[in-house]
Ligand binder design. Structure first.
Ligand SMILES: [Zn+2]
Length: 372
């Protein structure tokens, strides 16, 4: 599901590979353990156990649906790639060869299952078209590889998703965790988009790259005020995210930056976003505090970053372990240096405040709140 990888595959010729005789699918013994609601021909269902199952969902073909309550932070899957493609290859023929080679190493049933997935780029042929519709980048922005994950690619998109995926190079797997509690019967969703675009832009990108019109709860907000409010929040979050990325402000405009982080977290909450955006915002706040010598606030922000990172990536995540180091010893962070205008130790975390007063202390908010 890599919007960026799409450019790679434009103009491909079709490649027919459907000459294999039909055979019974492998793993028929395991099929017996698949909950009755699931399609036993979908290999992902062997991974879902009693937690989730792939089955038809209204308006979106197949999707992964929770069979029981999945609590925030629970690992939904850890999926190994069926094959891996470089995101840097422009040549369609080369890409076809890479995919064909990858499929040769897969079991016949998995290779066949791959070809049943959606293909939003039919002009590029079944291999390249299906791959470019379904691969996940293996890593963040600028990832040089993308993988086809037969279970993860069954998870449909929502513009406010309830789960978070993460390529775990240390495990060689794509993990998916519940970013909030998911009740039984609810579809598990991820975002396919790299940023929080407004409605019109989301619709255009999803149609162009993945071939569907998003009808998620956010996209179904009535035009006018509700939809405009969501669009405005997303724009504001993006603007704040950019401002928070400006390292030059971190000392000179420290307090304003901390207020930006607070606003961003408020907007994320209002928009219902609980995925990796939250840990990112707390990490920003942590950096602002520690760059100005405030170990007390830095420790609290690191704790919140840790909670959010563990929820979205798992306790075994290397990034969570790194964040725990900052919790234990905030001043070990490389930004702890320079002009220490807020210098104070971790013993200065106030005790006995109400939640509201604690938040005001944490983000250095004025007593009467921020003006907007
Ligand atoms: Zn949507």
């Amino acid at each position: 599901m890599a919007p960026n990888s799409d450019d790679v595959v434009k103009g491909a010729a079709a490649l027919k590979i459907s000459d294999e005789p039909e055979k019974p699918r492998e793993g028929s013994a395991a099929v017996a353990t698949v909950p009755e609601k699931g399609d036993p021909n979908i290999s992902a269902n062997h991974m879902g156990g009693d937690m989730w199952v792939v089955k038809p969902v209204p308006g979106a073909g197949y999707g992964a649906v929770a069979l029981r309550k999945i609590a925030r932070g629970e690992r939904i899957m850890a999926d190994a790639p069926l094959f891996v493609v470089p995101t840097t290859v422009n040549d369609v023929k080369t890409m076809q060869q890479i995919i064909a080679l990858g499929l040769k190493k897969a079991s016949k049933s998995q290779a066949r299952e791959f070809l049943t997935l959606d293909n939003a780029h039919k002009a590029n042929g079944p291999l390249v078209g299906t791959a470019s519709t379904n691969v996940h980048p293996m890593g963040g922005g600028g990832a040089t590889e993308a993988g086809l994950f037969l279970a993860a690619c069954r998870i449909n998109h929502a513009c406010v998703p309830n789960a978070q995926n993460k390529w775990r190079a240390d495990l060689g797997r794509m993990t998916v965790h519940a970013a909030r509690d998911i009740p039984p019967g609810e579809e598990i969703t991820l975002t396919y988009l790299p940023a929080l675009f407004p409605w019109a832009q989301r619709q255009a990108i999803l149609k162009d790259h993945f071939g569907f019109a998003c009808a998620c709860a956010t996209c179904s907000l009535p035009p006018g005020l509700p939809r405009d409010a969501s669009d405005r929040r997303r724009q504001d979050i993006n603007d704040l995210d950019e401002k928070l990325g400006d390292g030059k402000r971190i000392v000179k405009h420290a307090e304003a930056m901390l207020h930006d982080a607070w606003r961003k977290l408020q907007l994320l909450r209002e928009e219902g976003i609980t995925d990796a955006w939250v840990s990112r915002a707390y990490h920003d706040a942590f950096q602002i505090a520690i760059a100005n010598g405030d170990q007390a606030r830095a420790k609290v922000f690191a704790e919140r970053d840790y909670e959010a990172t563990v929820a979205c990536e798992g306790k075994d995540s290397p990034e969570a372990a790194q964040t725990m180091d900052w919790v234990k010893n905030p001043k070990a962070h490389p930004l702890y240096s320079g002009k220490l205008q807020w210098k104070q130790g971790v013993d200065k975390i106030p005790k006995g405040l109400s939640d509201n007063e604690f938040e005001k202390w944490l983000f250095k908010l004025p007593q009467d709140g921020l003006s907007n």
